[in-house]
Design a protein around this ligand. Structure first.
Ligand SMILES: NC(=O)c1ccc[n+]([C@@H]2O[C@H](COP(=O)([O-])OP(=O)(O)OC[C@H]3O[C@@H](n4cnc5c(N)ncnc54)[C@H](OP(=O)(O)O)[C@@H]3O)[C@@H](O)[C@H]2O)c1
Length: 312
């Protein structure tokens, strides 16, 4: 039973040699292969992947499990020949959520605590205490209450910010006002001073933030997108910020990655962009991959599998 690792981020987010070494420590007899050295395709029963060329997974006759090297599996669904019956699982450990929560806190508090303003004052050598908004004068709307959203929402609530969380099915989370379903989106957007998008990219969430939904937002709201670039219609966002409907945005993810050199987001004075780095390390996946391999060998259920019907 061989395990094949396929990462387009090898050498950046993912160090395949670390994975190989640690997986072999956990499973000494593991037949570990690294794309594109596939070897005999019949031996491959488990694939660790953050991408796969269309049709490739289908060409593995004995494939039993695909383990995604991250949280958001949308990349895999781009393959129209993705084998329908092979389960897909994803990393579930808290490491990625911790990193994304740090990122959201950083960019949200940068604004809430007027950091850009004070940087500007320092450059002008001015000592000018400026009243920020009190916690109870703002509302944070968190779109998505999964592993990430729950973490982000809970930490924000813990530091005193009022949080509304939105998901597909209704959740109960201490200290968070939870709403669910399409019909509740307008309410969340209309009340939120900060909108944090931590949704998975699916047909239902593609361009969920576009001209029509920006029009529902509280005037001057600030968007932080750490979900996927496909959640936001870029040019509608620029229009919403330029018109003052939104006060600005921080985007860790873009529809086109890398963001093309001539894209107007690069030079926009009220939009901050980072190169998909909210979570950088996916090492939680090593122990989970080893455990999934053992479960597969024992014929046991694989946890955290993706529901193909909803796409996450
Ligand atoms: N920027 C980065 O570095 C980075 C890192 C990691 C992940 N991500 C992105 O973050 C996404 C979320 O990760 P996760 O692990 O938190 O996902 P998850 O555990 O699968 O949770 C997804 C959440 O979104 C909700 N949701 C899905 N479709 C919806 C819809 N149509 N309407 C309303 N709510 C909907 C789900 O509702 P239910 O609770 O009802 O199912 C759930 O609460 C990933 O898919 C990935 O794209 C980005």
């Amino acid at each position: 039973m061989a395990m094949l690792m396929m990462s387009k981020y090898a050498g950046r987010y993912v160090d395949p040699e670390t994975w190989r070494r640690e997986l072999l420590e956990a499973i000494p007899d593991l037949d570990f292969r690294l794309w594109p050295e596939v070897g005999d395709p019949e031996a491959i029963e488990m694939v660790l992947a953050d991408f796969a060329p269309p049709g490739f997974l289908r060409s593995l006759p004995n494939l039993k499990l695909v383990s995604y090297l991250g949280y958001g599996v949308d990349n895999l669904f781009k393959d129209p020949e993705l084998p329908a019956k092979v389960p897909i699982t994803r990393i579930s450990g808290a490491g990625i959520a911790d990193q994304v929560a740090q990122y959201v806190l950083l960019y949200l508090l940068r604004r809430h605590r007027l950091l850009d303003h004070y940087d500007n004052l320092q450059r002008r050598r001015r000592w000018d205490p400026t009243r920020p908004k009190r916690n109870n004068e703002v509302v944070v709307g968190v779109l998505g209450l999964g592993t990430l959203g729950t973490k982000v929402a809970s930490i924000l609530a813990e530091i005193g910010l009022p949080v509304i969380g939105w998901s597909r099915t209704l959740k109960r989370i201490d200290g968070i006002e939870c709403l669910a379903g399409e019909e509740a989106l307008a309410d969340v957007l209309g009340r939120s001073d900060y909108i944090v998008c931590v949704l998975p990219l699916t047909p239902a969430t593609h361009h969920i933030l576009k001209r029509e939904t920006f029009a529902l937002c509280k005037r001057g709201a600030y968007l932080i997108n750490v979900g996927r670039g496909g959640h936001v219609a870029d040019f509608d966002l620029i229009e919403a910020v330029d018109s003052g409907l939104l006060s600005g945005a921080t985007l860790d993810v873009c529809e086109l990655e890398p963001l093309p050199e001539g894209h107007p987001i690069w030079g926009h004075p009220r939009i901050t962009v980072t190169p998909h780095v909210a979570a950088f390390f996916v090492d939680d996946g090593i122990a989970e991959a080893a455990e999934n391999y053992r479960r597969l060998k024992r014929g046991e259920q694989i946890p955290h599998t993706v529901d193909r019907a909803v796409g996450y």
